[in-house]
Write a protein that binds this ligand. Structure first.
Ligand code: SF4
Length: 260
């Protein structure tokens, strides 16, 4: 009993939790990553960008996010999630798989919540597939030199892990990438689409628009550029979508609240 109490006082990498009451979806944000992306979105916003306080500031080109300073113990995480009705838990942030106690967190949640688990990952470390239902895999680039320049590491292991996850057929697998004109440009995004199609053309693919980060030279793509790119990607991957900001003009479909 004593050792369980002690284990539960161990710190997790979780620094932020948000919740949609309407959809019973909770998002856990994990700090720490095994890539060093020069365009890391967390530099722009480390906290959920659907909250009333964060929603518009991401469009301010001079805004830079604070880094988290508080992390939850396993015990506190349990206490915060306990009263919430949850149909789905999304593990995201930086890289959840880098948290050494992720399997314990998942084991606890699976015991206490009858819900599905979605993991967002960069794929460098192989995820605990048997504990999640869906994986959203981020592929930064296919061209090795570009991938090294972008993330600081080679992409061989990442692409191999992706192929293995797809071959396992044990989870629902989705891919997302960020379109950055003049960096991860149209040709590179189509190379990513081609790679995914070579693994399985039925895999859903989402192309996100880059949001400019202070001090970096790249611009955001225009709506017509990303739409036309998605159209081209659909020739290889019929289930391609794209996501781009509208500077907060559209109302959010549902409210998101901060739990921590
Ligand atoms: S993988 Fe994601 S969290 Fe990690 S450095 Fe790259 S953008 Fe940031």
């Amino acid at each position: 009993m004593k050792s369980t109490k002690k284990n539960n006082s161990r710190s997790t990498n979780v620094y932020h939790i948000t919740y949609s009451r309407e959809h019973s979806v909770g998002c856990l944000y994990f700090w720490g990553c095994n890539l060093r992306c020069k365009l890391c979105l967390l530099k722009k916003e480390a906290f959920d960008c659907h909250l009333p306080e964060t929603r518009l500031r991401i469009y301010d080109p001079s805004y830079e996010s604070e880094r988290p300073t508080r992390f939850l113990t396993l015990r506190k995480l349990m206490l915060l999630l306990d009263p919430l009705s949850l149909k789905q838990i999304v593990l995201m942030g930086a890289e959840p798989v880098c948290d050494p106690i992720l399997p314990r967190i998942l084991a606890f949640l699976k015991q206490s919540k009858d819900c599905s688990f979605v993991l967002l990952t960069n794929g460098r470390k192989f995820p605990p597939l048997s504990m999640v239902d869906e994986v959203i895999f981020s592929i930064k680039a296919i061209t090795p030199a570009l991938h090294r320049d972008y993330t600081g590491v080679d992409n061989k292991v990442i692409l191999r892990n992706f192929t293995e996850i797809a071959a396992s057929k044990s989870v629902s697998l989705h891919v997302e990438t960020v379109f950055i004109p003049d960096y991860v440009d149209e040709d590179e995004v189509l190379r990513i689409a081609d790679f995914i199609a070579s693994v399985d053309p039925a895999i859903p693919f989402r192309i996100d628009a880059y949001l400019p980060i202070q001090g970096l030279p790249w611009r955001a793509p225009q709506a017509h550029e990303i739409q036309s790119l998605a159209e081209k990607a659909r020739c290889m991957l019929p289930n391609t979508s794209c996501l781009y900001g509208d500077e907060g003009k559209t109302e959010l479909a549902y409210e998101v609240e901060r739990i921590f």
